[in-house]
Write a protein that binds this ligand. Structure first.
Ligand SMILES: Nc1ncnc2c1ncn2[C@@H]1O[C@H](COP(=O)(O)OP(=O)(O)OP(=O)(O)O)[C@@H](O)[C@H]1O
Length: 687
């Protein structure tokens, strides 16, 4: 008999007290060992519309709801006695007549009241004008007939409600529908396109249907059950979206990439994929890397959630930051740690070199940027190489004469660094890439990279050389819309061609529909990378809704601080924990403005206050983006430094992306403030 658990069970389980959870775990383990349920006093639930629902007694108060057929035992729900019975009386578990996926259907007649949600004017701006009454809002899905609604998995019970739904009632209704149906409806509302799923053969096992797998999982053994119950609130650990699952399970003949807007689960895919690869080949060594040490530490924690079994796959999955793994390999190779020249050292050597050859007409900042993004990034060692390099991502044009004037400066710096035994990260990555390229046996069987949009050329070369040239050797996850540290460059030119093996996730799990659609206005709807790969950002949907982001322009810094303080206080009063609040500003220097605003509030020390560049990969229930003043966003110093119009465009784009990254860290609340005159970007939020 198949033993299964449903996401409705893990969700209800996570709401119980620790003591009750312990008792429930014991009962579920008993049931797995002995599905007849001896000792658990299994009772059929007479009032349920579905004859397969039974209750099992955990203790005096707690009841487990199971769905039992000849072939399967599904643990569906757990709760206090009356709540558990009421849940089962209102549900049927059945294969959908059109899609064939098993669904947990809420019986319509027993749903007393579908509460109206907050207005959704940011999602459907053309319909919802200020002051418009809910009852005048048009029915969103009126043009769709029964056949169309059934094809996307709307249960027959809910056809009438769906057809009558207006934008004001949609999210409340959506919470009663199976996720595949509500997602397809949301996409239809946002784009006017109804995307129907590819039909699955009728004879196939309805529990194996991709849409069934996102809410019901077959549990093969006790170890899997332990994992599923260890972190019941981490839904991603057990239930994946079909598009995520495909990317986790699929084999790719060459380098592959997952793309998608912020919060669509790219990191989750990367982690599942690393664990899947390690599980599948018992000797395989997997490298799972991300941009920074804190992000790598988060990856390590999540790997443990997914694979907690002792002596399991974890020892074979190395998690590290880009630089961290390079540093380890450098030490293995050379027996010492690399002595990296800091920006201060570089600036000083560049200044000295420019003075020594009396170079005029180029700012210090330009020299450092040219060194970092061209000379060092591409490992150029001669004027010849410099003359022919495409200066990818450096949009300003430098003629042959200018390059010839500049090269001696860079040559002097190169010599000076070498004499002092200094190196640079680009040098470290390039050196290791050269060494690895020659090696048949690679230290890892699979390389999985998160936050890949911010890989530098030398870093990509290194990882490409580190990954074995075999199917699934290299997998990258990233969003060009969040590229904030790198100039664009061609991956293909470095041998990493993901064209034809790049897939975009479209369902956002992190950020409410309101915040996500407002933040999306900061970026173009289609982003194109240097190799011509397009990232289509239309049709992304969020799985929940919430209040619209708020924007406030204030007269001065004190007024801004008072406003932010008041807002944060309200959040705390609503029960949002201090650790669940993040405040972001453009530069490290401005962090004091954020700290001053929350000083003295309870838990202020636990709130994150940081520059936007450190927001990458994080998430909070509530986020303030402060100091969005003209001059800070975009940052004046960067703008002043642009060599020409084209470079200016690139700076404006990166500054926008920084703001996009900061805003999309918010799950439920987003508050943007600035002192007048405020950043031009804020206007995008009020459009
Ligand atoms: N299948 C899922 N079920 C439930 N939650 C999910 C699922 N997939 C992702 N999430 C949740 O959505 C949030 C965002 O996921 P993740 O960090 O992987 O997104 P991302 O695309 O990497 O985001 P970003 O680009 O902003 O770093 C996380 O809280 C994660 O737990």
């Amino acid at each position: 008999m198949n033993f299964l658990i449903a996401d409705t069970f893990t969700a209800s389980f996570s709401r119980l007290s620790g003591l009750d959870q312990k008792a429930v775990k014991a009962s579920v383990f008993d049931l797995q060992m002995n599905p007849t349920g001896n000792g658990l006093q299994l009772h059929r639930i007479d009032k349920s519309k579905d004859p397969h629902f039974w209750s099992a007694r955990v203790n005096r108060d707690i009841r487990l709801i199971v769905h039992k057929t000849g072939e399967s035992m599904l643990v569906a729900y757990v709760g206090h006695h009356d709540d558990a019975y009421a849940w089962a009386e209102r549900r049927r578990i059945e294969a959908h007549p059109r899609t064939g996926a098993v669904q947990i259907v809420e019986v319509r007649e027993r749903v007393e009241d579908v509460a109206p949600p907050p207005t959704l004017h940011l999602i459907f701006p053309e319909h919802a004008k200020d002051g418009e009454k809910a009852d005048t809002a048009p029915a969103l899905f009126a043009p769709l007939n029964d056949e169309a609604l059934l094809s996307i998995g709307v249960p027959a019970d809910w056809l009438v409600d769906v057809r009558a739904a207006s934008e004001d009632g949609f999210f409340a209704l959506a919470s009663h529908l199976p996720a595949e149906a509500s997602e397809a409806l949301l996409e239809y509302a946002a784009t006017g396109r109804l995307v129907t799923p590819i039909p699955v053969p009728a004879a196939a096992n309805p529990f194996a249907h991709p849409d069934a797998l996102r809410r019901i999982r077959l549990i093969a053994d006790q170890e899997e059950l332990e994992q599923a119950l260890a972190f019941p609130w981490e839904k991603w650990g057990v239930f994946l979206h079909p598009s995520q699952r495909t990317l986790v399970e699929r084999s790719f003949s060459g380098p592959a990439r997952v793309a998608g807007s912020a919060g669509t689960g790219k990191t989750i895919v990367a982690i599942h994929r690393a664990v899947r690869l390690a599980r599948e080949t018992p000797t395989a060594k997997v490298l799972l890397v991300s941009f920074s040490e804190p992000l790598a530490a988060e990856l390590a924690k999540k790997v443990l959630v997914l694979a907690p079994e002792t002596n399991g796959v974890v020892p074979r999955i190395t998690t590290a930051s880009f630089q961290g793994i390079a540093e380890q390999m450098f030490q293995l190779e050379h027996g010492v740690r690399p002595r990296i020249a800091s920006d201060v050292v570089l600036r000083e050597r560049l200044r000295a070199a420019a003075a020594s050859i009396n170079l005029k007409g180029f700012s210090e900042r330009f020299l450092l940027s040219e060194w970092t993004n061209v000379i060092d990034a591409w490992g150029l060692t001669s004027l010849d190489a410099y003359s022919t390099v495409q200066r990818m991502g450096r949009k300003s044009r430098l003629g042959p004469n200018q390059r010839a004037r500049l090269w001696p400066v860079f040559q002097v710096v190169r010599d000076a660094l070498a004499a002092e035994r200094y190196t640079t990260w680009a040098n470290v990555f390039n050196g290791l890439a050269d060494a690895l390229a020659k090696r048949e046996n690679k230290p890892f069987d699979y390389v999985v990279i998160d936050e890949a949009q911010d890989l530098a050329p030398a870093e990509l070369r290194f990882f490409a050389a580190l990954a074995p040239a075999k199917p699934d050797g290299l997998f990258l996850s990233g969003d060009i819309g969040q590229r904030i540290f790198q100039h664009p460059f061609s991956w293909v030119s470095l041998g990493v061609d993901v064209r034809g093996r790049s897939h975009t996730l479209k369902v956002c799990y992190r950020t409410s529909q309101q915040i996500r659609s407002a933040a999306d206005k900061l970026l173009p709807t289609v982003l194109r990378d240097t190799d011509g790969l397009e990232d289509e950002r239309r049709g992304i949907i969020s799985v929940f809704d919430g209040p619209a982001p708020e924007v406030k322009s204030l007269a001065d810094v004190a007024a801004e601080a008072a406003m932010v303080r008041q807002t944060v206080k309200t959040w705390l009063a609503e029960g949002i924990g201090s650790r669940e609040i993040g405040l972001f500003v453009r530069t490290p220097h401005l962090v004091t403005r954020a700290r001053a605003a929350i000083a003295g509030l309870s838990g202020a020390d636990e709130m994150t206050t940081a520059p936007m560049s450190l927001a990458k990969g994080l998430e909070f229930r509530a986020v303030v983006v402060m100091a969005c003043d003209e001059g800070h966003l975009p940052l004046d110093e960067r703008v002043a430094d642009a060599a020409d119009e084209a470079e200016l465009d690139e700076i404006y784009e990166t500054e926008r992306r920084l703001l996009y990254v900061a805003c999309t860290r918010a799950r439920e609340h987003l508050f943007l403030t600035g002192v007048m005159p405020t950043s031009e970007y804020l206007a995008d939020f009020t459009m």
